[in-house]
Design a protein around this ligand. Structure first.
Ligand code: FCB
Length: 416
């Protein structure tokens, strides 16, 4: 019977959600603390996950999820380069890890997600090569402290997005524009830090024969021209592809550097098409409705392009021969029926790519909670759970998509 048809995922597949410290924790001292988005939103309280993580872990368990990808905030854990880790803050993360373990939820920890301690920012952030040994020291101490509880390590989240939006587009602190030299420096310093940190994780993070896994999370966006024959739009798309996809992948995984990682984390949302040099996406200011008239299907951020899974996954597989985790995928919209269609379409495409031979080990929905979406403040609703930001108690509630995702995770498959 067709109602029984199900696209099964491999046994042990991870079904999780993802968050990042600045977007959910609140009470944070990094370069985002005094940043205010155009909607007036800031990260100073966010979802107060800092205090409410026990409740959030309970939500994950209720949804039947078996994985959680979250960040360890550097600015909480060290007050100066090479300083010992702050014991109280470390204990809080240990408690989070223990609660996850008690519920059978596998943690994947992220070591850098768009934020730095103030003393790193003051010294030039990742444009300064001195940030590399400081970060590597932070990682070495974390591995010693957490290796019993963590085996999935994600060093850098979307270095391409970070370097682009902070140094080319001016959207993230330090809000520089068109500093291509700084963009390149940030990428190559992060890539060196990734290789060094990965070696430490793999050497020092082994516990009772269990080998740690390590990788970056690369944001992959397809850049295309709206009119196939428009040379300028094609050139723009090609320049973006080279700068944000090719250059970044080569920096982290090219040559011998590929041997440092054991997996590739892929953050995949969709594509950007260019029309008269303009990026035709809601995130660049073109309304979803206008884009619909052009025949584009978009969430509140980018164009949806599920068939992209069938291109990017085989490409990564051919090039690097590493297993993949879908470290982020999700849609921002207030239209839950759209989000459900979108999730089903994307998972079906992911499943097809896996059938064709690409090893994918897990999928992390972005995001557990509606949260502080960087330069967009609180206007983009990615959560499986809604947060009522008008109520100081910040109550969470389940959105329809949470039920859909829970059913997929429980079945370890997508019912057709
Ligand atoms: C990714 C980021 C994540 C969030 C989602 C929507 O680029 O890693 O923090 O902003 O997009």
């Amino acid at each position: 019977m067709s109602s029984e048809a199900i696209l099964k995922f491999p046994p042990g597949f991870l079904w999780g959600t993802a968050t990042s410290p600045t977007q959910v924790e609140g009470h944070i001292e990094n370069e985002w603390t005094h940043f205010t988005a155009p909607d007036g939103g800031h990260c100073r309280i966010a979802c107060d996950h800092y205090h409410r993580y026990p409740e959030d872990v309970d939500w994950m368990a209720q949804l039947g999820l078996n994985a959680y990808r979250f960040g360890l905030e550097w600015s909480r854990l060290q007050t100066a380069p090479f300083a010992p880790l702050n014991p109280a803050e470390l204990a809080r993360y240990v408690d989070l890890l223990d609660r996850l373990q008690a519920k059978g939820i596998t943690p994947m920890v992220v070591l850098h997600h768009f934020s730095n301690p103030p003393w790193i920012t003051a010294a030039g952030g990742w444009t300064n090569p001195a940030t590399i040994p400081a970060f590597v020291d932070f990682v070495r101490q974390l591995v010693a402290a957490l290796k019993d509880r963590v085996y999935l390590w994600n060093t850098f989240n979307e270095p391409d997005t970070y370097a682009c939006v902070a140094y080319l587009l001016g959207g993230f602190p330090p809000q520089r524009k068109w500093k291509l030299g700084q963009f390149r420096k940030v990428i190559s310093h992060m890539a060196r830090a990734h290789v060094q940190a990965s070696r430490i994780i793999r050497r020092e993070g082994v516990v009772a024969g269990r080998k740690p896994e390590v990788g970056i999370a690369k944001n992959w966006t397809f850049f295309h021209a709206y009119h196939r024959f428009s040379p300028w739009d094609r050139l723009t798309a090609l320049a973006c592809h080279y700068t944000f996809n090719k250059f970044v992948l080569d920096a982290f995984l090219g040559g011998g550097r590929g041997r440092a990682s054991t997996f590739i984390g892929l953050n995949y949302y969709g594509r950007v098409r260019f029309h008269h040099f303009r990026a035709m996406i809601p995130a660049s200011g073109t309304p979803v409705k206008t884009l619909k008239d052009f025949g584009f299907v978009c969430d509140d951020m980018v164009e949806r392009y599920p068939e992209g899974f069938g291109k990017i996954l085989p490409y990564l597989h051919r090039k690097f021969h590493l297993p993949v985790y879908l470290t982020e995928h999700g849609a921002a919209s207030n239209d839950e029926a759209f989000r459900e269609r979108d999730l089903r379409g994307n998972l079906a495409a992911l499943h097809r790519a896996m059938q064709a031979g690409v090893a994918v080990r897990g999928f992390f929905y972005w995001s557990l909670l509606d949260n502080f979406e960087w330069q967009f403040g609180y206007t983009k609703k990615f959560g499986l759970l809604a947060v009522d930001f008008s109520d100081p108690a910040l109550p969470r509630s389940r959105k329809p998509l949470a039920g859909v995702y829970a059913e997929i995770a429980r079945a370890n498959g997508l019912r057709l």
